[in-house]
Design a protein around this ligand. Sequence first.
Ligand code: PEP
Length: 258
Amino acid sequence: MTSPVRRPLIAGNWKMHLTLAQSVELAKAVRESTKDSPAEVAVCVPFTALTVVAEVLKGSHVRLGGQDLYWEPQGAFTGEVSAAQLADAGATHVIIGHSERRRLFGDTDEWVNKKLKAALAAKLVPIVCVGETLDERQSNKTFRVLETQLAGGLKGFAPADVSAVVVAYEPVWAIGTGVTATPAQAQEAHSFLRQQAGKLYGEGFAAGLRILYGGSVTPETVDNLMAQPDLDGALVGGASLKAAAFMRIARFQVAAKA
Ligand code: PEP
């Protein structure tokens, strides 16, 4: 049984994959195959695919997300896309601060904070990613990194403004590597993040905060991960590109939360 106050969210991150035709095909498959998922289901697609996928998902239960945004509302920012433009293209969700953005494109906690502010102003559901590298884990810095990224990303809001926020714990060493965090490792990090969220915005916020796990989630690993009490869903990269695998993940089976 899942928490009564936290509906699970299973979100696919298609990253920089698929042609428009392939995107339409996969979106149709997700729409049809996840109809009976108890979780909220979303796909976060490349900017160029937003409008065509929005058309496929129109009126369905599947939500559409962008993978990033820029915080300014408009202007001379070549290559960037605003929160309002995402919403206009049909997006309801957006990933912010993915480790690939942090590592390859220089996103900082300050940028994550600005992007979060823009997403919330546009009424998008933000999925804010945090997570430690292997080096950081091995040198016992995991909690410090999570605390810093969460506090930096979420700072400066009124508690009422952050109620839509979703956090994704994505250990960098597990993303795209095939090495999934163990359920115990994930639970430890999620529980810590929930505690920190409580310090930032109070117990009510922490209790309602959905914290997703991301990092090589597969049909084989999802059930044990989702059985953990503080895991409220998954952000899925590689496996979200295969309709059958994503369907099984969205229909995860948990007898009872630990
Ligand atoms: C991700 O990109 O957010 C992710 C978790 O990727 P993967 O599932 O491929 O590890």
